[in-house]
Design a protein around this ligand. Sequence first.
Ligand code: PHE
Length: 347
Amino acid sequence: MEALSLLVGQAEQAFAAARTPAELEDAKARFLGKSGAVTMQLKQLATLVADEKKTRGAEINAAKQQVEFLLGQRRQALADAELAQQLRTESLDVSLPGRHRGTGGLHPITLAAQRIEAIFGSMGFDVADGPEIETDWYSFTALNNPENHPARSMQDTFYVDVNDGEGRPLNLRPHTSPMQIRYAQAHARKHAGADPMPEIRVIAPGRTYRVDSDATHSPMFHQVEGLWVGENISFKDLKAVYLRFIRTFFETDDLRIRFRPSYFPFTEPSAEIDMMFGSGPLQGRWLEVSGSGQVHPQVIRNMGLDAERCIGFAFGSGVDRLAMLRYGVSDLRLFFEGDLRFLTQFK
Ligand code: PHE
């Protein structure tokens, strides 16, 4: 009896000392194997008489069961430890940022331009595109600019060292207004002889250039030109269209616009369009967003249209300005510095 509980204690120690399943199998053999300590005890039963054999046999079997139980426990403990170790080394740290391909995104000015196109598109406006290097005629003369108008001067307009064929240098268009002429000319040619001629309804977004650079002016900037010409298009249409546009662009009806008398050679009368938010951080401040006016009859003629029948309005708005207001950007130059910390915020 004594010897048996000693044996069980030895087995327990031997199992505990086994660090791996293989070591545990060795230990098992020493107790339960063919010539293991427990097996030897059973073999010795043969030397006993029947009565003793019975009680001794029961004792040995109980000890054997205990040893098997201890073995099972240790096996399980080793398996648990192994699994825990495996989990530790193969675990997935879900808090690590994933490795992904940089997908890029659209530039905020592009986003603003797309928004403008979608809104005017919904009001039946075509979208047109044209050259950024212009002739003197399209940038100025066709737009009724007097010969001595300051816009023509070297201080405002970038000139290209290439002759336009009529003795004047080409320019980097200082506004998108040349597109009024280009689009209307093409329209007049396309619909020559049609009576009445279909209306012109177009916007022309794009890059423009002026000799100017500070927090709110960049030598390269963006405008969107608008033109609606028909037989009976008036200033009230301009007001309605522009109000609808600006309220949709900023997603609020809590926004007013005003038309402030101004001067442009190509419109008469002319007005600056100012807008004012009814709430938010810019609440109560008039912000200039566009030039506008009724297209001058001389410009209508330069388009190749009948100034007695055709009338309409035009506007030219600053896209960058609209984007700054929409996204709350205070320095225009941020748009053009290519700093990803700024740009990725618009993805
Ligand atoms: N072209 C003008 C500018 O750049 C804006 C404008 C466009 C004004 C159309 C009236 C009509 O300031």
